[in-house]
Design a protein around this ligand. Sequence first.
Ligand code: CTP
Ligand code: CA
Length: 226
Amino acid sequence: LVERRRPRELDGVRFLVSAGPTYEDIDPVRFIGNRSSGRMGFAVAAAAAAEGAQVTLVAGPVHLPTPRGVERVDVRSAREMREAVLERAGASDVFVAAAAVGDFRPRDVAPHKLKKASADSGLDLSLVQNPDILAEVAALDPRPFVVGFAAETERVEEYARAKLERKRLDLIAANEVGAGLGFEREDNALLLLWPGGREALDRGDKADLARALVARIARLRKPVGE
Ligand code: CTP
Ligand code: CA
């Protein structure tokens, strides 16, 4: 008896996914991080692999198991993530930037633990901007199909559409964050925007949202009529 498996939508398609926060060191024991759990990016990697894609997941510091069939590269800072992504982006068909990349890092990393100088002195930290990994991948030629995320606390659709256009993305997944939404949660809601289209995905668990996002990517990559 020959069992026929359902044809999978992304057989052999090479996915590169970034996920999780980045940590920007201040000194050997302190860093600047953010509340990203990495769950959305890991769910996207799992959903793409389940459709037959060949998936590489570049993960910031998170405590999550590697999804089945996914190749994982662990990084810590935005600059490490940039290196790992750019090394692989040229050989990818799709890049999904689900990571919450720190926008800023300390200008200098102190080689020793910073000490309190006196009881009432403060500390000024000087920050510089990190490279925008998503924008760099979008500027490659040829480039993969480029998918960004937009975490917004207000005017979600307007700000996300502006990001889609400014970074010249093929698709953006916008979510509203803050006050019990988005980060550090199991469920989420996403608004997908692409040039000339939109799809609102109702609140659901991240695995369901990731499957819907991956299905949308598969449809948009195909020329009309296929
Ligand atoms: N991103 C990235 N590299 C950065 C900053 C962001 O790759 N240095 C990616 C994120 O992975 C996400 C998208 O860009 O897919 C949007 O991130 P977001 O923080 O919403 O947008 P920013 O462009 O950083 O703008 P801002 O934080 O000012 O809203
Ligand atoms: Ca940002």
